[in-house]
Design a binder for this molecule. Structure first.
Ligand SMILES: NC(=O)c1ccc[n+]([C@@H]2O[C@H](COP(=O)([O-])OP(=O)(O)OC[C@H]3O[C@@H](n4cnc5c(N)ncnc54)[C@H](O)[C@@H]3O)[C@@H](O)[C@H]2O)c1
Ligand SMILES: O=CCCC(=O)O
Length: 489
């Protein structure tokens, strides 16, 4: 174990944030059969911790705890729930550095980006602490004078939240924040690669006074945990972030008990650079959109489509910018690029402008790579690469760019770089995507809706729209009974 890692884990242990057991009904619990699973530092392969490896039985108990807690949590006033969330936010921020270190340790992203994720993740809790107080109903004009029609917003119930490894904190807070704000309780299943951040966040939720059973965490055997969540009639909502393949399975599984489902799935984001774009803005924007989190975000630019007039200039400037990225252990000084894995290989026919190999650091590192002469039919254009590979494709006309951009089953994020205002509207509206960044590569924020169309998912997270995913509308129909009695006499 490296000295740096030892002192980080010691400090985390001292602060009580290095939790290794699951959280059920406010108690830290081992797997019932005593099984554990190893959590590794992806930069070094070292074992950071052994955490409880849970399954269906523990999940059923977590669901029961969440179900019991729902009774009282949902009946609190919005202001009371808001206070709990605000306290949780304050604690997340007070422990920003330790949480950032934990994220770097188990996920591998550079410390600066990891601390940035804590900021980003905590903001969902802050935002929804505020939004809790704004769950308004409606009065519908009645069709008869002695009737009154109301719409009440009610929490959906127990929610199962299943999350991926690439944002170990933010993907959880983006679900748990609105769920708790609405009055729901949750069973969180973090990725087995990154459970420590989830457990630390749950510890802080307890410290914030969020009552036992409101937030539960189980991790271990994903299909068993998933099955228990899907088949339980007490779980009324499944909220998932992860791959499209797993999302489809969960959607099918949720049909058995007809649960409300929201899915944040994979993307295949086009980044379209038009001839009229500002070259520097386009290079910097594409760099940010492509290489954030080593290319491992669902909204990362997956294909860079460049118009023929600017193609050579862009390819040259972009390759130079990518060459300056530094690859290394996330705890390294000034590291801005850490790779954990690459799912796809360089396809035949494309020219390697930069990189194209595993990095000499070994482990999960891959050289930041730029490919030119890439075609739409190549695997690197069709699949979500989820790694630091930027394929450059050339197009002639706006229509061709739109066709190429939409020629995929995915529809999460898209980026366009142009200085033509009319084109901005035209292209944005023609793109089949849930998020469009114009002259901007970083578009995620807690205040705006995040989500995809087509096979990139269902529903929205973040913003006021994120609340709708955890609410049901109750239509309350009231008749003036006095009047009714008169009629019956
Ligand atoms: N749209 C978004 O907001 C968004 C955000 C982050 C990541 N993603 C996507 O997530 C993927 C990368 O994350 P990943 O590799 O962790 O995804 P993944 O689908 O492999 O795993 C996600 C989660 O699902 C769990 N899981 C796997 N099989 C399961 C099953 N049968 N039942 C229940 N749970 C199961 C995993 O243990 C993990 O917790 C990429 O495709 C990325 O685009 C999407
Ligand atoms: O990986 C996808 C989520 C990252 C984000 O919220 O921008």
């Amino acid at each position: 174990m490296s000295v740096g890692m030892k002192s980080v884990t010691d400090r985390l242990r001292d602060s009580g944030l290095l939790r290794t057991q699951g959280l059920i009904g406010g108690k830290w619990i081992d797997a019932y059969d005593g099984k554990t699973l190893e959590v590794h530092n992806p930069a070094t392969g070292e074992v950071i911790a052994n955490v409880s490896c849970m399954g269906g039985k523990e999940t059923k108990d977590a669901i029961s705890s969440a179900f019991d807690a729902f009774n009282s949590w949902s009946k609190l006033t919005a202001a009371e729930r808001s206070k709990g969330l605000r306290k949780w936010y304050d604690l997340l921020m007070a422990h920003k550095e330790e949480l950032g270190q934990l994220i770097t340790l188990e996920q591998g992203k550079p410390l600066k980006e990891a601390v940035g994720e804590v900021d980003y993740g905590a903001k969902f809790i802050e935002f929804y602490a505020e939004e809790a107080k704004r769950v308004y109903g409606e009065i519908i004009p009645a069709t008869l004078p002695d009737r009154r029609l109301f719409v009440l917003k009610q929490p959906v119930g127990v929610a199962g939240a299943i999350t991926p490894w690439n944002f170990p904190l933010a993907m959880i807070t983006r679900k748990v924040g609105p769920a708790l704000a609405c009055g729901c309780t949750v069973v969180v299943k973090p990725s087995e690669f990154t459970p420590l951040t989830a457990l630390a966040a749950a510890e802080l939720a307890l410290q914030a006074g969020i009552p036992p059973g409101v937030v539960n965490v189980v991790m271990g055997n994903a299909p068993d945990i998933g099955d228990a969540l899907l088949t339980s009639p007490q779980v009324r909502k499944i909220t998932f972030t992860g791959s499209t393949a797993v999302g489809k399975k969960l959607m099918a599984g949720a049909a058995g008990t007809v649960k409300k489902v929201s899915l944040e799935l994979g993307g295949n984001a086009p980044c379209i650079v038009f001839d009229d774009a500002d070259l520097n803005v386009a290079v910097n924007g594409a760099l940010a959109a492509k290489f954030r989190n080593s290319g491992q975000t669902c909204v990362c630019a997956n294909r860079v489509l460049v118009q023929e007039g600017i193609y050579e200039k862009f390819a040259d400037a972009f390759s130079k910018a990518v060459k300056n990225l530094k690859v290394g252990d996330g705890f390294g000084e000034g590291v801005v690029q850490v790779e954990t894995f690459v799912e796809d290989a360089v396809s035949k026919g494309a020219k390697v402008l930069l990189g194209g190999r595993r990095h000499s650091l070994g482990m999960t590192f891959y050289e930041p790579t730029v490919l030119s002469n890439v075609k739409s039919e190549m695997l690197v254009s069709r699949e979500e690469v989820f790694g630091p590979v930027a394929p450059l494709l050339c197009f002639k006309t706006e229509e061709e760019a739109i066709h190429m951009a939409n020629d995929t089953n995915a529809g999460l994020a898209a980026y366009i770089f142009t200085n033509n205002l009319q084109r901005t509207w035209r292209v944005s509206e023609a793109l089949e995507y849930g998020l469009v960044g114009v002259n901007e590569g970083l578009i995620s924020t807690e205040v705006a809706p995040f989500g995809g169309v087509k096979q990139s998912g269902l529903g929205r997270e973040g913003s006021k729209y994120g609340m709708d995913e955890f609410l049901e509308e109750l239509h309350l129909f009231i008749t003036d009974a006095t009047n009714l009695n008169d009629l019956l006499l």
